[in-house]
Ligand binder design. Sequence first.
Ligand code: 26Q
Length: 804
Amino acid sequence: MNYSKNQLKELIVQKLRLNYGCTEAQANDGEMMKACAMVLRDIMAEHGVETRQRTADEGGRMVHYMSLEFLMGRSLAKNAYNLGVLDTLSQAIDELGFKAADIFDMEPDAGLGNGGLGRLAACYLDSLTTLEIPAAGYSICYELGIFRQKIVEGQQVELPDDWMGLGDAWLLRKPQDAEEVHFGGKIRTRWDNGHLMVVHEDYTRVLAIPCDMEIAGYGTDHVNTLRLWEAKSPSPVDMALFNQGQYLRADEERTMADAISKVLYPEDNHYEGKSLRLKQQYFFVSATIQSITRKHIQTYGRLKNFHEKNVIQINDTHPALVIPELMRILIDDAGMSWDDAWEITTHSVAYTNHTVLAEALEVWPQSLLETLMPRVWQIIQEISRRYQAKVEEFYHDGVKTAKMAVIWNGQVRMANLCIAGGMAVNGVSALHSDILRHDVFREAAEMEPEKFKNVTNGVDHRRWLAQINPGLTGLLNDTIGDGWLLRPAELSKFDAFAGDAAVLKRLEEIKLANKATFARWAKRHQGVVLNTDAVFDVQVKRLHEYKRQLLNVLHIIYLYQQLQDNPNMEMRPHTFLFGAKAAPGYAVAKRIIHLINSLANQIDNDPICKDKLQVAFLENYRVSMAEILMPASEVSEQISTAGKEASGTGNMKFMMNGAVTVGTLDGANVEMHQVLGDENMFLFGLKADEVARLRENYDPRLLYDRDPMLRRVVDQLKRGFSDGVSYEDLWQRLLQRTDSPADQYMLLADLPSYAEAQQRLTAAYGERDRWNTMSLHNIARSGIFAADRAVAEYADTIWHVHHK
Ligand code: 26Q
């Protein structure tokens, strides 16, 4: 279906009248934005009806992608783009007396995620739909998404992200499809007609209301749904009518419901053992699996063939309870035997791991599970008992049994639960999957090698290239046509233009224009004046010690000290940009943010640095900022300690937009290096195996004592800058921790090699042809990092479903 400009105008005007009781002349930008969203939502809803009908008729397998996070960002331009009406809609908005750019800019980010894991889920929804795979995403409809970050006197302050006021235009609430989730209470058994029945009593009820968001694919009428569950109390009745017992229970239900979908936990790559988080997980899991099984029964009449018609992908262990919860439904509600239920469950659920950091592996106290979900706890115990017997029989080795146990020392290990109950376990880059197989999950992988797979991450290249970088998209279309939009591998055709001076020149002009656009944005929204003659060198990602923003800072301090020694030093202008949120409870991460701001301020106020060195901390890094920043970036900082970053996905977005990477051989950088070679990226530092070996007897003190450059740079932390703040705590962390090893992430070991890589990079930047050629190769070879490729691999190797 194609919509003309006039049709869209008419539909928008009608929405304004019906929903806001106003004309286009009276509407404000927010109302206009919501009216446009509702018009597109209607179009998608219609496609959705047809898609669901087709899916039911075909009787194929459906993919259910469960994630506690979907970092969707904005949807208006995205949906318009996928529906093929972006230009028409923009004109319609303009002709109704608004500025399209302002309207798109009104939309708040749907920040229902922390970072990589949540954004990955969002990118995969796009590809699932574009590849015409019958699929649905599931998550929680958090009232407050990831906090808004403000920098006050150099420090992070968190503000609530109240996104729903304007952002809920995409959501369709479906109270008629509500599910009921039961917490706490007691489990009793009774005999009924010769059957042992499990009875759950005295539980606390929470209602789960679906808030559905339709997802449009590109170049297709296929539509999938993202179902976000909102928690609601089931008892709105007049409390005066109740006796005391019911009053208290109703109050408990209200309190629980109010809390559950209130806020997203802002921890990234770190596990928080809070009972509210576990309630969120069970609420989410129980509502989702009830909804999936209910629909399956409606279509097929019974659950016996559930695994043939459904596959559930879980995004890390956060939805791990889906395994015992599905068992519960199959056994208690459908009356199956344990063995039949286990057969179905272990052929339905697949698990993706996203981290090897010990502090991020989920373990829950058994007492908490026992209290909050007593029946699920019983089932986990039985899973654990049987798995343990299987392991013992295989290994006859107590140490291995202990390592692989699901329940151990009063703790439930969610990863082991997923390995025991899942049909597949995958890592998210080649290196990461190897580490899972040979290290983290070694024993399990030796017992069931065929279970362990790799699917290297990918990003939605239509959003992260086509939609956000129209200049580059135009150049690509002019040179290689537009087949790459649906077949990202075709980007490699662009390699043939490496020797074409006119193409290289255009590439440079596009980058320059994008830098100017970003600089204007930064001036307006951040109040910072960026030097567009400088290299834009960017590190944007969550703040975490393993990602080593501090290594970047140490190198900048090194440059700064060189300038102090030699104020007339010739230097290519270099602007370092940072963007990062720190988990509110992560004190060291917050200190590093403060440090970056102190350093930025110092350099800004030092006339020696003018037109040479600049540092800016971009406040409140988020999807919509990345969309304007990626096209303007020239250097991509991917400098994690090797072996720690499971994949990284920002690295892929930079690459697609022609930035050149300075990085370690970590995560997907490894695959990037495979296609680019040493000539087209700047590698440095220890390799993962070297990190592991060196760790045995690593002493940063020796390096510090031996190398005056290191000593001087690190000591600057202690002295601090002219704002009078000392960073002695960070100095200590690098040199003399008492609680755990000093310099856990080996910054001192890698700093000299990093500085040297930066030098090579700066030299290459000076040779314009060489640099532009590198940039071109990065774009041309980024096709493997498209989410389309990744989702197709999941479909072929794990889900066994057809795709376009
Ligand atoms: C767990 C329990 C309680 C509270 C919070 C959490 C929690 C929340 C989020 C634990 C981990 C996360 C997020 C992890 C994450 O984003 N990992 C990243 O996933 C990306 C996609 O695969 C990878 O590219 C990154 O390398 C990885 O760090």
